[in-house]
Design a protein around this ligand. Structure first.
Ligand SMILES: [Zn+2]
Length: 379
């Protein structure tokens, strides 16, 4: 019964056929790698200054007891390879939830563990694919028994954005802090809520307002009123209905570690408003000033209406508006989706946050999402 032996062994550890008593062949068992490939949130085609993109995560879980090393990820559409991640670009795109792994080892997935690959795939909007597939190449074993295999995951539909929205703020200059990019803190915030990990903040922006010298405040940096963002109007980005309001949390003293209240799931977003803007999209405004929210749950709002004032409440270091759109009425337990703004101007950009900023001739952008660290003027 060498065939049974082989199959059982193969099932429990992908051991070589030849290792079984009465082995029938010297070839290695050709079984697919024992991996789960999953895209928890199908990408929505987005567009920014740099072009159109598909932004999503590929979860790669090793169901075997042996380590596997991810060598490459190909993004396929039909017969075409749209994008390939390999080498250092791949390791820099991998996170290892719950594990502390140096960047150089992130592609090595120990038995029973997971790697999350963060993809930002440039595509041509005029011929964007209706669906994609992911193909991974993995290496297993050591020395002479090293083998490389490929595995292709399920077809994933590409979703389309809803209609463009209006700006969440007026005027400027505003800096798109921690804004959309492959590696921003928001993008990587994979948080399990209610038993399902999701990235509500996938396209979130922390809007801070800067002056001519790119500072976010003048005078005493410990006073909220000295920050240019403080007290600015936060605007409804579309017609909609208010589905969540939190108010009453006091403002923090500006600073990296100063928080007026313990940070919990309830307080992390500070005083906030969520507006259902239709089409399965929810606009989230966080860290608002206490006692200044002008809407209540159930209110209908008009695009451009003032809903509250920018403040410094919840998990916030200085007055700013954290704004994102996601697919559910939950600040963190939903999936972030891209959006296009009707119109805004890019007036400069910074290397990071408000460091290394340069100004440039203003350019009007339409139907795009601002990317990380651009300086923006809204109508
Ligand atoms: Zn934020």
């Amino acid at each position: 019964m060498s065939a049974v032996c082989t199959w059982r062994r193969a099932l429990f550890g992908a051991i070589a056929y030849g290792a079984c008593a009465g082995g029938i062949a010297s070839a290695q068992a050709i079984l697919p790698p024992s991996l789960e490939l999953r895209v928890p949130k199908a990408p929505t085609l987005g567009t920014a200054e740099s072009g159109s993109f598909l932004t999503y995560e590929l979860h790669v879980t090793n169901f075997s007891g042996q380590p596997m090393t991810l060598k490459s990820v190909d993004v396929l559409s039909g017969d075409a390879t749209l994008f390939t991640l390999a080498d250092s670009a791949l390791t820099q795109s991998i996170a290892r939830p719950g594990q502390t792994v140096p960047a150089s080892d992130r592609a090595k997935i120990a038995g029973g563990t997971r790697a999350v690959v963060y993809l930002w795939v440039p595509v041509d909007a005029r011929s964007a694919p209706a669906s994609i597939r992911n193909r991974v190449k993995v290496e297993q074993g050591t020395g002479d028994s090293t083998r490389t295999q490929e595995l292709e995951g399920a077809v994933v539909s590409v979703l389309r954005m809803g209609s463009d929205i209006g700006p969440p703020l007026r005027g400027g200059t505003w800096l798109a802090g921690n804004g959309p990019s492959a590696r921003s803190g928001h993008r990587r915030a994979l948080i399990p809520i209610g038993g399902a990990p999701s990235i509500a903040q996938r396209f979130a922006i922390d809007w801070v307002r800067v002056n001519d010298t790119d500072s976010t405040y003048s005078g005493d940096r410990l006073k909220n009123e000295n920050y240019i963002a403080e007290g600015n109007d936060a605007l409804a980005v579309a017609n909609g209905r208010v589905v969540a309001v939190k108010d009453g949390l006091p403002e923090n003293v500006p600073g990296v570690s100063s928080r007026a209240v313990p940070i919990t799931l309830e307080t992390v977003g500070g005083n906030h408003v969520i507006i259902d803007i239709g089409g399965g999209r929810y606009a989230f405004y966080a860290h608002l000033k206490p006692g200044a929210i002008l809407v209540k749950v159930g209110d209908t709002v008009k695009k451009g209406q003032v809903i509250g004032l920018v403040g410094n409440t919840g998990n916030s270091t200085e007055p700013h508006l954290h704004f994102h759109i996601s697919d559910g009425n939950s600040p963190l337990g939903s999936e972030g989706v891209p959006y296009g703004l009707d119109s805004f101007e890019i007036v400069g950009r910074c290397r990071t946050f408000n460091i290394g900023c340069t100004r440039e001739t203003p350019k009007t952008r339409r139907g795009e999402i601002p990317l990380e660290s651009v300086l923006v003027r809204f109508p």
